[in-house]
Design a protein around this ligand. Structure first.
Ligand SMILES: *Cc1c(COP(=O)(O)O)cnc(C)c1O
Length: 261
C-alpha cells in the first residue's frame, strides 16, 4: 500500500458557497463554452441519468447511439421517462457509422433527441461527434453527448458543433475526483427541459438545479455538498490549468498512439 493517511480527509473546511460559481466558470473556460454548467453531486452515471430523466417525456422520439453499456442505459432511462427510443447499435468495438444513424433518422417523421457517447473508455472507440451533431441539427433535434471519458483526452467544440447537452466528470482524463460531475446545457436544452413535465423534488431534476442554483445567483448548492469532492475538483482544475488543456489532450493522444503502437 502507498503511504496514505486517510485521517487527513477528516475535518476539512467546508467548501465556500462562493466557490461553486468559480468552479463552474473555470470548467466553462476549459471547455471554451458559453453554455451553463451545473454540478451533479454524484458520479457521472447519475448525471447521465439526470439528463435522460430531464429530457424524456411521452411523445418524444429519440435516436440513441449505442457503442457500450452507457448508451444502453441512456436509452433505458429515456424509455422510463416515456420517450420512444430507437437504438442504433454499432458493431462491438467499432464507432457508429453515419449511414446507420442517418438511415434510422430517415425512417422517422419526427426526431426530438439524438444521444451518443463521444469516446468509450472500455474500447477506445471514438464516435464521429461533428457529423453526429450535424445529423441532429438537420432534424432540429436536441443533441446530448456523454463526454465523461473524452473530456481532457479529445477536443470537444461544444458551441461550435452546437452540442445542446454535454455530461462530463473529472475522474477520467482530467485525473480528478469521481464523486462530482457536471452537465453543460445550452439555451435549446433549457427550453426543452422547461417544456418537459418536472418531477422535482428529485436529485435527477435539472430543472430543479436551474431553479435552485443557477437562478439564485449560483451560491450555496442544494443539500450538504461534499467538501472533499469540491476541494478535489478545485485541485484537479489547478493542475489542468497549470499544464494547459491543449497539453493535457496532447499527452493523452500521445499515450493512445503509444499504446496502439
Ligand atoms: C466512465 C464513463 C462514465 C462514468 O461511469 P463509470 O461508473 O465511471 O464507469 C460514463 N460514460 C462513459 C462513456 C464512461 O467512459
Amino acid at each position: 500500500m502507498p503511504e496514505f493517511n486517510p485521517h487527513l480527509l477528516l475535518d476539512v473546511p467546508r467548501y465556500p458557497d462562493t466557490g461553486y460559481a468559480l468552479l463552474a466558470d473555470r470548467i466553462k473556460r476549459m471547455l471554451g463554452t458559453s453554455a451553463d454548467v451545473v454540478f451533479v453531486q454524484a458520479e457521472a452515471i447519475l448525471a447521465l441519468e439526470a439528463v435522460a430523466a430531464s429530457i424524456a417525456r411521452p411523445g418524444a422520439v429519440a435516436v440513441n447511439v449505442v457503442t457500450s453499456p452507457y448508451g444502453t442505459w441512456f436509452g433505458t432511462w429515456l424509455r422510463r421517462g416515456g420517450a420512444t427510443v430507437y437504438d442504433v447499435v454499432a458493431e462491438a468495438g467499432q464507432p457508429v457509422t453515419l449511414s446507420a444513424v442517418s438511415g434510422c433518422l430517415d425512417t422517422l417523421a419526427q426526431v426530438d433527441i439524438v444521444a451518443a457517447v463521444h469516446a468509450e473508455s472500455s474500447s477506445g472507440v471514438l464516435n464521429p461527434l461533428a457529423e453526429l451533431a450535424a445529423l441532429a441539427q438537420s432534424r432540429n433535434a436536441l443533441f446530448a453527448v456523454d463526454a465523461v471519458a473524452s473530456v481532457g483526452g479529445h477536443a470537444i467544440d461544444i458551441d461550435g458543433l452546437g452540442i445542446d447537452i454535454t455530461v462530463i466528470g473529472p475522474q477520467k482524463a482530467l485525473a480528478g475526483p469521481a464523486g462530482v460531475s457536471a452537465v453543460v446545457l445550452g439555451k435549446r436544452a433549457w427550453a426543452h427541459i422547461e417544456s418537459t413535465p418536472d418531477f422535482a423534488p428529485s436529485s435527477l431534476s435539472l430543472a430543479a438545479l436551474k431553479q435552485d442554483w443557477l437562478e439564485r445567483g449560483r451560491a450555496a448548492l442544494p443539500g450538504t455538498p461534499s467538501a472533499l469532492e469540491f476541494w478535489a475538483l478545485e485541485a484537479a482544475l489547478d493542475r489542468i490549468e497549470a499544464e494547459g488543456i491543449e497539453r493535457v489532450i496532447a499527452r493523452h493522444q500521445l499515450a493512445a498512439r503509444a499504446t496502439r503502437a
